[in-house]
Design a protein around this ligand. Sequence first.
Ligand SMILES: *[C@@H]1O[C@H](CO)[C@@H](O)[C@H](O)[C@H]1NC(C)=O
Ligand SMILES: *[C@@H]1O[C@H](CO)[C@@H](O)[C@H](O)[C@H]1NC(C)=O
Ligand SMILES: *[C@@H]1O[C@H](CO)[C@@H](O)[C@H](O)[C@H]1NC(C)=O
Length: 341
Amino acid sequence: MPRNIKTAIFAISYIIISVIILLINYHHLNRKENLMKQAQGDEKSNQKTGLGNKVTENIRLLPVASVETQPITTDNNSVLMSRDEKGWRRLNCGPSKLFRPISLSTDIGNLTFYGFLSAEYDRTVPERALKGRMFEKKEIESFLTLSRDLPLIDVGANVGLVALQAALQKRTVVAIEPIAANALRLCRSVLDFGHAGLVHVIQNAVSSREGHVTLATQAANTSTLFTVNEAGRQFTHDLTLAYAIKLDRILEMLPFRRAALKIDVESHEGHVLEGSRDLWKTLDVPLVWMEWQHVKGRATFGGQFVVDFMTARNFRPHHVISGKLLEGDFMSWPFTVLWRR
Ligand SMILES: *[C@@H]1O[C@H](CO)[C@@H](O)[C@H](O)[C@H]1NC(C)=O
Ligand SMILES: *[C@@H]1O[C@H](CO)[C@@H](O)[C@H](O)[C@H]1NC(C)=O
Ligand SMILES: *[C@@H]1O[C@H](CO)[C@@H](O)[C@H](O)[C@H]1NC(C)=O
């Protein structure tokens, strides 16, 4: 081979090898920089534990088909998440020191959850618990016994009275709660009292349509909630904002395909059903706890809508404690109804 061709081949090989080495180095540098950025981000978000609720990461949505084997929420870092128009995000829990642990001894075990430092803001559930009484004790015990072999979807989880007891039964729970003060406490309870990996908290409202909603709470009654931006409803309560998702949304992340459902959303139960039409096709739900008292008399998505919706899916209403079939005028049914197939 002539000498100048040999030199040319040598030179070209040299250039190609140099470029490859450069590319490999560049890739490694980039990776390292990304890892460092990520680590710094994690550190920052760990330091920031205030109620500011820093968004730490976008969560990749899983195609429904693979959900069963790959739940997105399996580690302690993804206890609390929220969905908006852009996607799922992980949020940080509230700091323990803002709250105080309240313990109740129940049939299932030692139920411990966080109340505020002052019971003044915490009338319905925590204040009663401080006196050793459980809100809706008999109803909850009955529901937990009947549904004990099923994972639980808890819509309107509040501070986790039902969700945390289901976790004591070693059940997987998806707990949805729109009020930050409640969701952050529930998230903290999950981490501090040994339920990480079992209870996943979603900080969102649930409604017939998705979008930003205004919620009304009472300062002395964080468990009480009404949705304000519905025409014609007047309130004198404190206002807060939330992003409403349809219940169908959670099909994107559910780690199971069969579950008991609890819906306790202060008169909005019918709206939740309206936004759940796909859920019933995909998920096997044999048992539904539903607060009846506030929804039954509503004109839109009220008692009649709920009865028609549930009947069309072969459910019949039962008394949650006695188990008796409920008949007659639905306006006379009890505070809570248990729908069974
Ligand atoms: C219940 O659990 C809490 C938190 O783990 C603990 O502080 C408390 O002492 C327990 N109470 C009983 C009666 O075991
Ligand atoms: C999750 O947190 C609990 C309670 O703090 C702890 O016992 C458990 O080891 C943690 N699990 C993982 C996977 O980090
Ligand atoms: C809290 O809300 C519940 C449900 O609306 C109501 O029955 C109760 O009286 C309220 N308590 C206070 C202290 O406002």
